[in-house]
Design a protein around this ligand. Structure first.
Ligand SMILES: [Ca+2]
Ligand SMILES: [Ca+2]
Ligand SMILES: [Ca+2]
Length: 345
């Protein structure tokens, strides 16, 4: 654990400071983010044509939803830029893990018994559908954890009746502290135990609230008491406003007594960018800008798209002014072995 010092409590949670661990002499060596990730490439179909989702403001996550060993895409997005209604699309990998290929023509919209899932995410421009997958109930079928960035975080439990065309039942995970825009989310491993956690980032990242991941066999769920049992990560300095994902990206973060994370930050030019951060002794700083997205409103996750045990960054961005809903998805492949390897093809 890189976490130390309990500070105070509010809304039930414990408050802790990140990365107060004593450093071994000589252990402090900076990392170069260009050594951690490849340059971004747009996801494309089998013929090389870049995938355009036709949905607005997608949040992509890599997961093998149909269990065939090939890692697929799960995309939370809105029906369009003129609606605040969001959905989730499962996009099968038409290629291999080594060479993924995606076409939105093959996307399958997540549905519940009553029909396609539609969620009010509060605002047609600033509401989002932030998704990540775990196996919440340890039945071998992937479930989806969703923040609507407005009023609620939900769990979509896969009913296990179909691998290819699954149906889900939605249940509440937790209500936001307040119904408000910009109640963002992130994920990854914030306490350094190797298990992915859920990160609640209310009020555009004013607080980072950790809902711990719990491993049960091969499955992971998050603390079921949600915000009541969460841990407030107490650190100062530069922070992203949304989609903060921690991981030991360099493989040396623990040894250096730091927490590494990526997120969507606002750059000096006022544009949102994909950035790499490091927290040390309770102080966070932006180490580097990893990418300047080509379009508006990037949203990201850290997940392993090609299943090589090197954590990747997936993000989407779109063109909205003249070409509504023209969202594409990009991957920055990881270069460092730091993640569990997915099942073989
Ligand atoms: Ca698959
Ligand atoms: Ca499950
Ligand atoms: Ca990878």
């Amino acid at each position: 654990m890189r976490i130390a010092r309990i500070v105070s409590c509010g809304f039930g949670p414990t408050v802790v400071m990140l990365s107060l661990g004593a450093l071994a002499a000589g252990a402090e060596t900076g990392v170069k983010p260009e050594d951690l990730f490849e340059k971004p490439v747009a996801l494309a179909g089998p013929d090389g044509t870049p995938m355009v989702t036709g949905k607005a403001q997608g949040c992509p996550f890599a997961a093998d939803y149909d269990g065939d060993g090939t890692i697929d895409l799960v995309l939370g997005a809105k029906d369009g830029m003129d609606t605040a209604t969001g959905g989730i699309w499962l996009i099968p990998n038409l290629g291999t893990n080594q060479k993924p290929a995606f076409s939105f023509d093959k996307a399958f919209r997540v549905a519940e018994a009553a029909g396609p899932t539609g969620v009010n995410c509060g605002c047609k421009s600033s509401g989002h559908m932030l998704v990540q997958c775990v196996d919440w109930n340890n039945d071998g079928f992937l479930d989806i954890v969703l923040s609507d960035t407005y009023q609620r975080t939900s769990i979509l439990l896969n009913d296990g009746t179909s691998r290819g065309n699954p149906t889900f039942a939605m249940q509440k995970f937790f209500d936001m502290e307040k119904k408000n825009h910009a109640m963002y989310a992130g994920g990854g491993d914030w306490d350094g135990d190797g298990v992915t956690d859920f990160l609640h980032m209310p009020f555009a990242g004013a607080n980072f609230k950790l809902v711990k991941g719990i491993r049960e066999g091969d499955a992971v769920k998050f603390q079921e008491d949600g915000l009541q049992g969460c841990t407030v990560l107490d650190f100062q300095g530069q922070k992203p406003r949304k989609c903060a994902w921690a991981w030991n990206f360099s493989g040396t973060a623990k040894a250096r007594g730091v927490t590494e994370f990526v997120g969507v930050a606002v750059g000096g030019d006022g544009q949102e960018e994909i950035a790499f951060f490091e927290v040390k002794d309770g102080q966070s700083r932006q180490v580097a800008t990893l990418a300047k997205p080509e379009g508006s409103t990037p949203l990201l996750t850290a997940s392993d798209l090609n299943g090589d045990g090197k954590m990747d960054i997936l993000y989407s961005c779109g063109v909205f002014k003249n070409e509504h809903d023209k969202t594409r998805v990009w991957v920055m492949y990881g270069k460092v072995a730091n993640a569990p390897v997915a099942a073989a093809d």
